[in-house]
Design a protein around this ligand. Structure first.
Ligand SMILES: Cc1cc2nc3c(=O)[nH]c(=O)nc-3n(C[C@H](O)[C@H](O)[C@H](O)COP(=O)(O)O)c2cc1C
Length: 305
Protein backbone atom coordinates (compact mmCIF):
# COMPACT_ATOMS: atom_id res chain seq x y z
CA UNK A 1 0.00 0.00 0.00
CA UNK A 2 1.40 3.40 -1.05
CA UNK A 3 0.98 5.87 1.80
CA UNK A 4 0.75 9.61 1.13
CA UNK A 5 1.62 11.78 4.13
CA UNK A 6 0.89 15.09 2.36
CA UNK A 7 -1.27 17.15 4.69
CA UNK A 8 -3.14 20.41 4.13
CA UNK A 9 -3.74 22.71 7.06
CA UNK A 10 -6.58 24.72 5.57
CA UNK A 11 -6.08 26.41 2.20
CA UNK A 12 -2.77 28.19 2.89
CA UNK A 13 -0.34 25.48 3.97
CA UNK A 14 0.52 22.07 2.55
CA UNK A 15 3.03 19.92 4.43
CA UNK A 16 5.05 16.96 3.11
CA UNK A 17 4.16 15.11 6.33
CA UNK A 18 1.88 15.81 9.32
CA UNK A 19 4.83 16.06 11.73
CA UNK A 20 6.70 19.26 12.69
CA UNK A 21 9.27 20.12 15.33
CA UNK A 22 7.91 22.23 18.21
CA UNK A 23 8.89 25.76 19.18
CA UNK A 24 11.81 26.10 21.58
CA UNK A 25 13.01 22.52 21.13
CA UNK A 26 14.72 22.78 17.73
CA UNK A 27 16.54 26.13 17.81
CA UNK A 28 15.80 28.57 15.01
CA UNK A 29 15.62 25.82 12.38
CA UNK A 30 18.81 26.69 10.52
CA UNK A 31 20.99 25.32 13.34
CA UNK A 32 19.79 21.69 13.28
CA UNK A 33 22.51 19.01 13.19
CA UNK A 34 23.56 18.23 9.60
CA UNK A 35 22.54 14.58 10.08
CA UNK A 36 18.86 15.58 10.33
CA UNK A 37 17.05 15.43 6.96
CA UNK A 38 14.98 18.59 7.36
CA UNK A 39 13.36 17.98 3.96
CA UNK A 40 11.51 15.00 5.43
CA UNK A 41 9.81 17.14 8.07
CA UNK A 42 6.38 18.67 7.65
CA UNK A 43 7.65 21.93 9.12
CA UNK A 44 10.05 23.43 11.60
CA UNK A 45 8.65 25.88 14.15
CA UNK A 46 11.28 28.36 15.37
CA UNK A 47 11.99 29.32 18.95
CA UNK A 48 9.60 32.14 19.95
CA UNK A 49 10.87 35.55 18.78
CA UNK A 50 10.29 38.77 20.73
CA UNK A 51 10.88 42.43 19.83
CA UNK A 52 14.16 42.66 21.74
CA UNK A 53 16.77 40.02 22.65
CA UNK A 54 16.02 38.21 25.91
CA UNK A 55 18.45 36.33 28.10
CA UNK A 56 15.61 34.45 29.76
CA UNK A 57 15.41 33.38 33.39
CA UNK A 58 18.50 32.68 35.52
CA UNK A 59 19.52 29.04 36.06
CA UNK A 60 18.48 26.49 37.06
CA UNK A 61 15.89 26.67 34.30
CA UNK A 62 15.63 23.01 33.25
CA UNK A 63 14.93 20.09 35.57
CA UNK A 64 14.07 16.46 34.86
CA UNK A 65 11.05 14.85 36.53
CA UNK A 66 9.64 11.33 36.12
CA UNK A 67 8.60 11.06 32.44
CA UNK A 68 8.85 14.80 31.99
CA UNK A 69 10.92 17.95 31.78
CA UNK A 70 10.31 21.12 33.75
CA UNK A 71 11.53 24.32 32.12
CA UNK A 72 11.51 28.00 32.81
CA UNK A 73 13.65 29.23 29.93
CA UNK A 74 11.81 32.55 29.92
CA UNK A 75 11.73 33.01 26.14
CA UNK A 76 15.48 33.43 25.72
CA UNK A 77 15.96 34.53 22.10
CA UNK A 78 17.97 36.85 19.86
CA UNK A 79 15.17 39.36 19.19
CA UNK A 80 13.46 40.07 15.89
CA UNK A 81 16.09 42.40 14.37
CA UNK A 82 18.93 39.88 14.63
CA UNK A 83 16.52 37.09 13.67
CA UNK A 84 15.64 38.88 10.42
CA UNK A 85 19.25 39.82 9.69
CA UNK A 86 21.05 36.60 10.64
CA UNK A 87 18.53 33.77 10.47
CA UNK A 88 15.64 34.54 8.15
CA UNK A 89 17.70 34.47 4.90
CA UNK A 90 19.10 31.00 5.72
CA UNK A 91 15.69 29.63 6.67
CA UNK A 92 14.56 29.92 3.04
CA UNK A 93 17.05 27.16 2.16
CA UNK A 94 16.64 24.54 4.88
CA UNK A 95 14.40 22.38 2.70
CA UNK A 96 11.45 22.42 5.06
CA UNK A 97 8.48 24.70 5.61
CA UNK A 98 9.36 27.20 8.35
CA UNK A 99 6.78 28.51 10.79
CA UNK A 100 8.00 31.46 12.85
CA UNK A 101 6.84 31.53 16.46
CA UNK A 102 6.09 34.98 17.85
CA UNK A 103 5.80 36.09 21.48
CA UNK A 104 5.37 39.37 23.31
CA UNK A 105 4.25 40.93 26.55
CA UNK A 106 1.80 43.36 24.94
CA UNK A 107 -0.36 43.30 21.81
CA UNK A 108 1.81 46.06 20.37
CA UNK A 109 4.89 43.87 20.80
CA UNK A 110 3.35 40.90 18.97
CA UNK A 111 2.16 43.22 16.18
CA UNK A 112 5.55 44.88 15.88
CA UNK A 113 7.43 41.58 15.70
CA UNK A 114 5.10 40.24 13.02
CA UNK A 115 5.21 43.50 11.01
CA UNK A 116 9.01 43.59 11.06
CA UNK A 117 9.18 40.01 9.76
CA UNK A 118 6.49 40.71 7.12
CA UNK A 119 8.47 43.73 5.89
CA UNK A 120 11.21 41.28 4.78
CA UNK A 121 8.66 39.39 2.64
CA UNK A 122 10.18 36.17 4.00
CA UNK A 123 9.99 32.76 2.38
CA UNK A 124 8.17 31.17 5.31
CA UNK A 125 5.04 29.08 5.67
CA UNK A 126 3.48 31.33 8.29
CA UNK A 127 3.35 32.08 11.99
CA UNK A 128 2.59 30.38 15.28
CA UNK A 129 1.46 32.77 18.00
CA UNK A 130 2.64 31.82 21.48
CA UNK A 131 -0.09 33.29 23.70
CA UNK A 132 1.37 31.87 26.92
CA UNK A 133 3.14 35.14 27.71
CA UNK A 134 2.17 37.47 30.55
CA UNK A 135 0.38 40.53 29.16
CA UNK A 136 2.24 43.23 31.06
CA UNK A 137 -0.18 45.93 29.85
CA UNK A 138 -3.07 44.03 31.46
CA UNK A 139 -1.26 43.30 34.71
CA UNK A 140 0.47 40.03 33.89
CA UNK A 141 -2.39 37.71 32.99
CA UNK A 142 -1.46 35.47 30.08
CA UNK A 143 -3.16 36.31 26.75
CA UNK A 144 -4.06 32.68 26.27
CA UNK A 145 -6.17 32.38 29.41
CA UNK A 146 -8.60 35.13 28.44
CA UNK A 147 -11.09 34.75 25.56
CA UNK A 148 -11.40 38.46 24.75
CA UNK A 149 -7.61 38.99 24.75
CA UNK A 150 -7.06 35.90 22.60
CA UNK A 151 -9.62 37.04 20.06
CA UNK A 152 -8.39 40.63 19.80
CA UNK A 153 -4.73 39.59 19.60
CA UNK A 154 -5.55 37.10 16.84
CA UNK A 155 -7.61 39.69 14.94
CA UNK A 156 -4.86 42.30 15.26
CA UNK A 157 -2.28 39.89 13.80
CA UNK A 158 -4.73 38.58 11.19
CA UNK A 159 -5.01 42.13 9.82
CA UNK A 160 -1.22 42.28 9.42
CA UNK A 161 -0.63 39.13 7.37
CA UNK A 162 -2.28 37.00 4.73
CA UNK A 163 0.01 34.11 5.62
CA UNK A 164 -0.95 31.00 7.58
CA UNK A 165 -1.62 32.04 11.18
CA UNK A 166 -1.77 29.42 13.93
CA UNK A 167 -2.51 30.21 17.58
CA UNK A 168 -0.84 27.96 20.17
CA UNK A 169 -3.10 27.25 23.11
CA UNK A 170 -2.21 26.87 26.78
CA UNK A 171 -3.62 23.93 28.76
CA UNK A 172 -3.58 26.07 31.92
CA UNK A 173 -7.12 27.36 31.40
CA UNK A 174 -10.61 26.60 32.66
CA UNK A 175 -12.06 25.70 29.26
CA UNK A 176 -9.67 25.30 26.33
CA UNK A 177 -12.66 24.96 23.95
CA UNK A 178 -13.75 28.54 24.73
CA UNK A 179 -10.25 29.90 24.07
CA UNK A 180 -10.07 27.87 20.85
CA UNK A 181 -13.35 29.40 19.62
CA UNK A 182 -12.02 32.88 20.42
CA UNK A 183 -8.88 32.33 18.33
CA UNK A 184 -11.00 30.95 15.50
CA UNK A 185 -13.30 33.97 15.79
CA UNK A 186 -10.27 36.26 15.53
CA UNK A 187 -9.35 34.70 12.19
CA UNK A 188 -6.78 31.99 13.00
CA UNK A 189 -6.15 29.45 10.20
CA UNK A 190 -5.28 26.69 12.67
CA UNK A 191 -4.68 26.05 16.36
CA UNK A 192 -1.86 24.15 18.05
CA UNK A 193 -2.31 22.53 21.46
CA UNK A 194 -0.71 22.31 23.91
CA UNK A 195 2.01 24.47 25.41
CA UNK A 196 3.54 23.26 28.70
CA UNK A 197 1.54 22.45 31.83
CA UNK A 198 2.34 24.48 34.98
CA UNK A 199 4.47 22.39 37.32
CA UNK A 200 7.10 22.52 40.05
CA UNK A 201 9.51 20.24 41.85
CA UNK A 202 11.50 20.43 45.08
CA UNK A 203 14.80 18.88 46.13
CA UNK A 204 13.76 17.22 49.41
CA UNK A 205 17.29 17.37 50.87
CA UNK A 206 17.71 21.13 50.53
CA UNK A 207 14.05 22.11 50.38
CA UNK A 208 14.88 24.20 47.32
CA UNK A 209 12.63 24.35 44.26
CA UNK A 210 14.31 22.74 41.27
CA UNK A 211 13.83 25.89 39.16
CA UNK A 212 14.96 29.43 39.92
CA UNK A 213 11.45 30.69 39.12
CA UNK A 214 9.91 27.98 41.39
CA UNK A 215 7.09 27.33 38.89
CA UNK A 216 7.83 26.12 35.38
CA UNK A 217 6.31 24.35 32.42
CA UNK A 218 6.08 20.56 32.32
CA UNK A 219 6.53 18.76 28.99
CA UNK A 220 7.28 15.24 27.76
CA UNK A 221 5.41 11.91 28.12
CA UNK A 222 3.99 12.95 31.52
CA UNK A 223 1.65 15.44 29.81
CA UNK A 224 0.52 13.28 26.88
CA UNK A 225 -2.90 12.34 28.32
CA UNK A 226 -3.56 16.00 29.20
CA UNK A 227 -2.56 17.08 25.69
CA UNK A 228 -4.73 14.39 24.08
CA UNK A 229 -7.76 15.52 26.09
CA UNK A 230 -7.11 19.15 25.09
CA UNK A 231 -6.78 18.26 21.39
CA UNK A 232 -10.00 16.24 21.58
CA UNK A 233 -11.86 19.16 23.19
CA UNK A 234 -10.41 21.75 20.77
CA UNK A 235 -11.17 19.65 17.69
CA UNK A 236 -14.79 19.40 18.80
CA UNK A 237 -15.00 23.15 19.47
CA UNK A 238 -13.73 24.55 16.13
CA UNK A 239 -13.89 23.97 12.38
CA UNK A 240 -10.26 24.92 11.63
CA UNK A 241 -7.41 22.33 11.71
CA UNK A 242 -5.80 21.42 15.04
CA UNK A 243 -2.11 20.59 15.46
CA UNK A 244 -1.52 18.37 18.49
CA UNK A 245 1.54 18.23 20.71
CA UNK A 246 2.55 17.21 24.20
CA UNK A 247 4.61 14.16 25.05
CA UNK A 248 4.74 12.63 21.59
CA UNK A 249 7.67 10.22 21.35
CA UNK A 250 6.80 7.67 18.66
CA UNK A 251 4.52 6.91 15.70
CA UNK A 252 1.86 5.35 17.95
CA UNK A 253 1.64 8.65 19.83
CA UNK A 254 1.17 10.48 16.53
CA UNK A 255 -1.65 8.10 15.64
CA UNK A 256 -3.28 8.76 19.03
CA UNK A 257 -3.32 12.52 18.38
CA UNK A 258 -4.65 12.10 14.83
CA UNK A 259 -7.41 9.85 16.19
CA UNK A 260 -8.25 12.47 18.83
CA UNK A 261 -8.90 15.00 16.05
CA UNK A 262 -5.52 16.54 15.15
CA UNK A 263 -4.68 17.12 11.49
CA UNK A 264 -0.94 17.17 12.26
CA UNK A 265 1.39 17.05 15.27
CA UNK A 266 4.57 18.57 16.66
CA UNK A 267 7.46 16.89 18.47
CA UNK A 268 9.01 18.86 21.36
CA UNK A 269 10.90 17.40 24.30
CA UNK A 270 11.72 14.17 22.40
CA UNK A 271 14.08 16.23 20.19
CA UNK A 272 16.39 16.58 23.19
CA UNK A 273 16.85 12.80 23.27
CA UNK A 274 17.55 12.64 19.54
CA UNK A 275 17.29 15.60 17.13
CA UNK A 276 16.49 13.14 14.31
CA UNK A 277 13.50 11.67 16.18
CA UNK A 278 10.86 13.56 14.18
CA UNK A 279 12.30 12.24 10.91
CA UNK A 280 12.35 8.69 12.34
CA UNK A 281 8.76 9.06 13.55
CA UNK A 282 7.63 10.11 10.06
CA UNK A 283 9.22 6.96 8.56
CA UNK A 284 7.64 4.80 11.27
CA UNK A 285 4.24 6.48 10.76
CA UNK A 286 4.35 5.62 7.06
CA UNK A 287 5.06 1.97 7.92
CA UNK A 288 2.36 1.81 10.58
CA UNK A 289 -0.26 3.23 8.19
CA UNK A 290 0.80 0.81 5.43
CA UNK A 291 0.56 -2.04 7.95
CA UNK A 292 -2.98 -0.94 8.77
CA UNK A 293 -3.86 -0.89 5.06
CA UNK A 294 -4.43 2.89 5.07
CA UNK A 295 -3.47 5.22 2.21
CA UNK A 296 -3.28 8.44 4.26
CA UNK A 297 -3.35 9.69 7.87
CA UNK A 298 -6.84 11.05 7.22
CA UNK A 299 -8.05 7.43 6.75
CA UNK A 300 -7.43 6.73 10.44
CA UNK A 301 -10.64 6.13 12.35
CA UNK A 302 -11.40 9.01 14.71
CA UNK A 303 -12.63 8.76 18.26
CA UNK A 304 -16.38 8.26 18.39
CA UNK A 305 -18.06 11.51 19.47
C1 LIG B 1 13.07 23.77 26.74
C2 LIG B 1 11.76 24.15 26.13
C3 LIG B 1 11.60 25.40 25.52
C4 LIG B 1 10.37 25.77 24.96
N1 LIG B 1 10.25 26.99 24.36
C5 LIG B 1 9.08 27.32 23.76
C6 LIG B 1 8.95 28.56 23.05
O1 LIG B 1 9.89 29.35 22.92
N2 LIG B 1 7.73 28.85 22.50
C7 LIG B 1 6.66 28.00 22.58
O2 LIG B 1 5.58 28.29 22.04
N3 LIG B 1 6.78 26.80 23.21
C8 LIG B 1 7.94 26.46 23.81
N4 LIG B 1 8.05 25.25 24.45
C9 LIG B 1 6.88 24.35 24.51
C10 LIG B 1 6.93 23.26 23.44
O3 LIG B 1 6.92 23.82 22.14
C11 LIG B 1 5.72 22.31 23.59
O4 LIG B 1 4.51 23.04 23.46
C12 LIG B 1 5.69 21.58 24.92
O5 LIG B 1 6.99 21.26 25.35
C13 LIG B 1 4.85 20.29 24.86
O6 LIG B 1 5.33 19.40 23.88
P1 LIG B 1 6.38 18.20 24.23
O7 LIG B 1 5.83 17.47 25.41
O8 LIG B 1 6.47 17.38 22.98
O9 LIG B 1 7.68 18.87 24.56
C14 LIG B 1 9.27 24.86 25.02
C15 LIG B 1 9.44 23.60 25.61
C16 LIG B 1 10.66 23.23 26.16
C17 LIG B 1 10.80 21.86 26.78
Amino acid sequence: MDVSLRTSLGSKLVLAAPVMTASGTFGYGDDAPAAVDLGALGAVVTKSITRHPREGHPPPRISETPSGLLNAIGLANIGVDEFCRERLPALAHIGSVVIVSIAGSSMDEYAEVLSIIEAHDPDIGGYEINVSCPNVAEGGMEFGVDCAMTESLTRRLRDLTGRFLMVKLSPNVTDIGDIARSAEGGGADALSAINTVVGMDIDPASGRPSLHTVLGGLSGPAIRPIALACVYKVARAVQIPVVGLGGISDADDVIRFLQAGAAAVQIGTANYRDPAIAVQIIAALRERLAGMGLAAPSDLPGVAA
